[in-house]
Design a protein around this ligand. Structure first.
Ligand SMILES: Nc1ncnc2c1ncn2[C@@H]1O[C@H](COP(=O)(O)OP(=O)(O)O)[C@@H](O)[C@H]1O
Ligand SMILES: [Mg+2]
Length: 232
C-alpha cells in the first residue's frame, strides 16, 4: 500500500447482511475524491465503517502509515479522521459556539481557533444563536467547522448538498477547495449531485451495491456514465 489514506478489501454491514463487499481505494495527500452513488448503494455504511461507527468484518484502513481498523471511533478522530454526517446532525438546542466546541480537542480548552471563523465568518456572527435556527447552508458550514476543529488529516463528507439550495451548493464546493489548499487536507465526499463534485473533485468513483463500478480522474471522467448510475 502506498497512498496516504489506504483502504484495502474492506467489508462491513449490519448483522448477517454484508453491505460493503471488499472495497479497495488509495487516496493521495490533498486529493479530493468523490464517491458517487444513488440511495442505498452503501455510501453512508462505507463512511461509518471508516470512522469506526460500524466495525469492519474484513480488510484494512490505514492513514499516514497507521492502521485504524481496530481503533475506537474517538481514537480515529485523534489519528486525523473527521466526518461530516449525512443530514449534518447539528445539535439544535445548543448554540453555534457550543456545536463547534464539541469538535475541539480537550487541549483547546473551549477556545475556537480564529482561522475557523475566518473560513466561515457567518458562524462568528451567529455564534450565540441556536444551531436549529440556522439555514441549511449555515448548518452545513457549522458541521464542516465542527469537523475541522479536530484538525484532521482527512475529511469525510456524506452527501453535503442534500437539502441545500442550489445557489449555496457552488459556495460549498469553492470553500472546500480553499480548505484543502490552506490546510493540506485530504477530502472524500459522497454525493448524488454530479455538478457539485465536478466543481471540486480530482477523481471520481461510483459505488454500486457496495462495490466500485467505475473510476476515473476528472480530466477523463465520462459524466454520462456516472449519471446512468445515479438515475434509478
Ligand atoms: N441500520 C441499518 N440496518 C440494516 N441495514 C441498513 C442500515 N442502514 C443501512 N442499511 C442498508 O444498507 C444498504 C446501504 O445503505 P446506506 O449505506 O445508507 O446507502 P447510501 O448512503 O448510499 O444511501 C441499504 O440496503 C440499506 O437498506
Ligand atoms: Mg447515505
Amino acid at each position: 500500500m502506498s497512498g496516504f489514506f489506504e483502504i484495502e478489501s474492506l467489508c462491513s454491514g449490519y448483522g448477517q447482511s454484508e453491505v460493503i463487499h471488499g472495497i479497495t481505494m488509495s487516496v493521495q495527500p490533498k486529493e479530493i475524491v468523490a464517491i458517487m452513488g444513488r440511495n442505498g448503494m452503501g455510501k453512508t455504511t462505507f463512511f461509518k465503517t471508516l470512522i469506526g461507527a460500524i466495525k469492519n468484518t474484513q480488510g484494512e484502513i490505514k492513514l499516514d502509515g497507521k492502521n485504524l481498523e481496530k481503533l475506537d471511533a474517538y481514537q480515529r478522530v485523534q489519528s486525523g479522521v473527521a466526518y461530516v454526517p449525512q443530514g449534518r446532525m447539528i445539535f439544535g438546542t445548543m448554540s453555534v459556539l457550543e456545536n463547534i466546541q464539541t469538535g475541539l480537542p480537550a487541549s483547546a480548552h473551549g477556545k475556537v481557533p480564529d482561522d475557523l471563523y475566518d473560513l466561515f465568518p457567518v458562524l462568528w456572527d451567529m455564534r450565540k444563536r441556536k444551531g436549529g435556527n440556522l439555514s441549511g447552508g449555515q448548518q452545513q458550514q457549522l458541521a464542516i467547522a465542527r469537523a475541522l476543529a479536530t484538525n484532521p488529516k482527512v475529511l469525510l463528507l456524506d452527501e453535503p448538498t442534500e437539502g441545500i439550495q442550489p445557489s449555496i451548493i457552488k459556495d460549498i464546493a469553492k470553500t472546500l477547495k480553499e480548505i484543502r489548499d490552506q490546510r493540506d487536507l485530504t477530502i472524500i465526499v459522497s454525493e448524488q449531485v454530479l455538478s457539485f463534485t465536478m466543481a471540486m473533485a480530482d477523481r471520481f468513483l461510483v459505488l454500486d451495491k457496495g462495490r466500485f463500478a467505475y473510476e476515473n480522474v476528472k480530466q477523463n471522467v465520462d459524466e454520462s456514465t456516472i449519471s446512468k448510475y445515479l438515475s434509478v
